[in-house]
Design a protein around this ligand. Structure first.
Ligand code: GLY
Length: 370
């Protein structure tokens, strides 16, 4: 695309939309970002901020893990660049993940996870319950097994949202909040603009970063079938007696210690459409599942209960790249790993938008694979 003449539209103001906009602005492209509500009020805010490709990888998801690994490697560069454009940038905390089990089923599950990671030559250590407690003394005496993944990390995703908004504005981006985009237009197979608030606005290129709401935007491209997967999550206030030093995860929950003095305990996974109600059952399960592994959470004050929506594609891989409509791009469907996959998504997509550089990553995530 011709950098000078284009005013590119981004549709969706979460971490991925803001990051793509900010990075394009750094490369001299004028950008207008449309967000249906206010910036960063949905998925990116509710997320726990884990940067955990090694803990989250499922048995069939090696390529998604590799994507996460690449993205984690890109995080220091991403944050360095952000510090040039924003007054405060969150810290990349390489705290590792400790997976733990409390019975024979869990231990069997953990040893399969361990073997799979060993086969992939990842840094991983199998532990007894005693060894796991030596690493994290807050663990219950009932913990009988552990798997230590030292290379995982985490970040304060809410601070990241604030920093990205500031960087986007400092670089001269135009932000349209409470501006719902209902339609993307094309002529002769090429993108021409959008409709928002019943007004047509010309844009030569459009990037849809609308996460779970991707399907609400009418486009001339094929449907992607992104669906929302609800997650309820709790924020607890840490105390001196309960201040874990790593991410702790059992097959039923995760606990993520944040720098701002909180602990995030998540998350349910529910197929409920766009319902974001907090339920008694959801909270009960999270608290019980957290308490069975770290009993001292019992005394922690609850700061927040919230639910959000993960954007899931049919194969759980993100959708990144150009659609069959020229200059209509997607960066969506990041499911459980949106915060982690931000740098790899952003750098690969903008290299393609600006210089038509293809990449193996964009091949894996092609919008037309469905
Ligand atoms: N990545 C954590 C979650 O989706 O709950």
């Amino acid at each position: 695309m011709n950098n000078k003449s284009n005013n590119l539209a981004i549709v969706g103001g979460g971490i991925i939309g803001l990051s793509i906009g900010w990075q394009l602005l750094r490369r001299g492209v004028p950008v207008t970002l449309y967000e249906k509500d206010e910036i960063g009020q949905h998925t990116s805010r509710v997320a726990a901020g884990m940067l955990a490709p090694y803990a989250e990888v499922g048995f069939e998801e090696v390529e998604i893990m590799e994507l996460g690994q690449k993205s984690l490697q890109l995080y220091p560069r991403f944050l360095d660049e952000l510090s040039e454009d924003s007054s405060s940038v969150p810290h990349l905390d390489r705290c590792g993940t400790l997976l733990v089990g409390i019975d024979r089923d869990d231990t069997e599950h953990l040893s399969r996870l361990y073997n799979f990671r060993k086969e992939l030559n990842l840094k991983v250590e199998m532990m007894t319950g005693t060894e796991a407690r030596e690493r994290e003394p807050l663990l219950s005496p009932n913990v009988v097994s552990g798997v230590w993944l030292p290379d995982d990390g985490q970040i304060d995703n809410r601070q990241l949202l604030k920093s990205l908004k500031e960087a986007f504005l400092n670089r001269g981006g135009t932000l349209k909040e409470n501006a719902k985009v209902t339609r993307v237009h094309a002529e002769h197979g090429t993108c021409t603009g959008i409709t928002t608030e019943e007004k047509y606005i010309k844009h030569d290129s459009v990037v849809i970063t609308a996460g779970p709401w991707t399907g609400d935007i009418e486009t001339p491209a094929s449907k992607l079938g992104i669906r929302p997967v609800k997650g309820q999550i709790l924020t607890l206030q840490k105390t001196q007696e309960c201040d874990p030093s790593t991410i702790i995860r059992s097959p039923r929950m995760y606990l993520v210690p944040k720098e701002n003095g909180t602990l995030r305990l998540g998350a349910t996974s529910e197929e409920q459409g766009f319902n974001t109600e907090i339920t008694a059952g959801g909270m009960k399960e999270l608290l019980e599942d957290g308490w069975e592994v770290v009993p001292s959470i019992y005394d922690l004050p609850i700061e927040e209960m919230i639910a959000g929506l993960r954007p899931s594609s049919r194969d759980h891989a993100p959708v990144i790249g150009e659609s069959e409509i020229e200059n209509l791009y997607y960066a969506t469907g990041h499911f459980r790993n949106g915060i982690l996959l931000t740098p790899v998504t952003v750098y690969n997509l903008i290299n393609y938008i600006l210089d038509r550089q293809p990449s193996q990553i964009l091949h894996l995530c092609k919008p037309d694979r469905f």
